[in-house]
Design a protein around this ligand. Structure first.
Ligand SMILES: Cc1cc2nc3c(=O)[nH]c(=O)nc-3n(C[C@H](O)[C@H](O)[C@H](O)COP(=O)(O)OP(=O)(O)OC[C@H]3O[C@@H](n4cnc5c(N)ncnc54)[C@H](O)[C@@H]3O)c2cc1C
Length: 405
């Protein structure tokens, strides 16, 4: 929580109220032990991430030293049961995602790709033996995961158009193709790779180790968003994977979609967290920056920006709170997750834009944080299903008519 110096406005002492992005106190619905975990996440993000993140972001580098510290906080597999996972509810998972993104969306994305997309693929699509083998070291962050679905030529259309192939040869599978944008893949130990079987045309999932012959990764440089996340272009050239490393319960793209349904909610929570962080920085700035002899927060038009931001933060928090309840009840459907992902990321773009506006010229300086939020919001808006794709999923559900081409 920020502390403010009392300011003098004319003859009146001005002590700004505390800055609080959880206006409706949604974290209060957690139980005591869940709230304690969330407090640890806040201490981790404020104490470990915030002091270094601008430097890493500007250098397009990953702060490897945070991995053991993140492990200590105990946020591997929040929402999963067993296998050394943190457990807890999906609401807790969401609030952890929100807390991470409140300080930095890249660190949140690293966590989401590792424990969500990658470990989540094994959790949902692995057999018992595979889960026992891979999940405990991933939950401890001893082994880091990536998730390879998108390809250079096929992004939104992976469900029907995946070009990476697999074919069985004895006790092994041979994988060929490329995967683009794969977060963590420049250093991940465990790469979940999705490929279409040449014979059956069905999508299957594999765990490919980083030292597997035929597997290579090239770092994607020149990103203008989520610069701390290390995204790679993976090439699979006759990459041989044992049958034992094929996810035994991934039989078609429907199984891949189960993973995406689970993780899309996490991205929606990231969008909430980014808005919260941007709002809090903007509010603090509004009480500290003076123009015309008074804090700019005292101008009606600046308050309008702040209240619009807070409305976006609070409405998306409330939406996500209910969605997490549906998830915890086991009744959340694809279209529920898609609506949240699309809506919260649209609102996120709007909110971080207001925050940047409020900071004036200082809003584009990295050291004032907002510029990073503005850039990162662009990636969150597009990854794990663009707004258009998620709109088509919801549109099909509410009309009963598919507008997919
Ligand atoms: C920073 C970052 C991290 C990522 N991390 C990962 C990762 O770890 N693993 C992974 O597998 N992928 C990852 N991705 C890939 C991401 O999921 C894709 O970028 C996303 O799915 C969109 O695919 P595309 O970029 O190829 O866009 P395209 O599919 O080429 O779409 C381009 C535009 O066309 C629109 N469009 C496409 N089809 C239609 C249609 N039928 N109707 C209307 N509009 C349409 C899209 O909405 C979009 O606006 C990441 C991407 C980024 C930017």
């Amino acid at each position: 929580m920020a502390t403010h110096q009392a300011k003098s406005i004319g003859k009146t002492d001005y002590a700004p109220p505390p800055v609080e992005g959880d206006f409706y106190r949604i974290a209060a619905v957690l139980n005591d032990s869940e709230r304690a975990l969330l407090k640890n996440v806040r201490e981790f993000t404020e104490g470990v991430i915030a002091p270094v993140i601008e430097d890493y972001w500007s250098r397009d580098a990953f702060p490897f030293e945070i991995i053991p510290k993140m492990a200590e906080v105990g946020i591997g597999g929040v929402g999963y049961q067993g296998y050394g996972a943190a457990g807890g509810s999906w609401l807790l998972n969401g609030l952890v995602a929100m807390e991470l993104a409140r300080v930095d969306a890249s660190v949140a994305t690293f966590w989401g790709v590792h424990t969500g997309l990658s470990a989540g693929s094994i959790y949902l699509c692995g057999d018992e033996q595979q889960k026992q083998r891979w999940l405990p070291p991933m939950m401890r962050f001893d082994e880091i995961g990536s998730f390879g679905l998108t390809e250079p030529l096929v992004g939104s259309a992976t469900s029907g158009g995946m070009m990476t192939t697999c074919r069985r040869e004895g006790d092994s599978w041979i994988l060929n193709g490329q995967k683009k944008w794969i977060g963590n893949s420049t250093f991940a130990d465990i790469n979940v790779i999705w490929a279409r079987e040449e014979d059956s045309n069905q999508v299957k999932g594999f765990v490919v180790r980083k030292d597997n012959p035929g597997f290579s990764v090239e770092k994607i440089k020149t990103k203008m968003a989520l610069r701390v996340v290390q995204n790679g272009l993976i090439t699979l050239s006759d990459c041989r994977v044992p049958e034992a490393d094929r996810l035994q319960n991934a039989n078609s793209f429907k199984d891949t979609a189960k993973v995406l349904r689970m993780t899309r909610t996490g991205v929606a929570w990231f969008a909430v967290g980014c808005q919260m962080g941007a709002y809090e920085h903007a509010l603090r700035y509004a009480t500290e920056r003076t123009q015309f002899g008074r804090p700019i927060g005292g101008f009606q038009l600046v308050q309008d920006l702040l209240v619009r931001m807070l409305g976006n933060v609070t409405s998306t928090q409330a939406m996500m709170l209910r969605l997490a309840q549906l998830q915890d009840e086991g009744v959340m459907r694809d279209e529920h997750a898609s609506l949240a992902k699309a809506f919260c990321t649209v609102k996120c773009r709007e909110t971080v834009g207001y925050a940047r506006e409020l900071l004036g010229g200082n809003g584009i300086l990295l050291e004032n944080h907002i510029g990073r939020f503005v850039a990162d919001a662009e990636a969150i808006y597009s990854y794990e299903g663009t707004r258009e794709m998620n709109t088509l999923i919801v549109g099909k559900s509410i009309t009963g008519l598919s507008a997919f081409v």
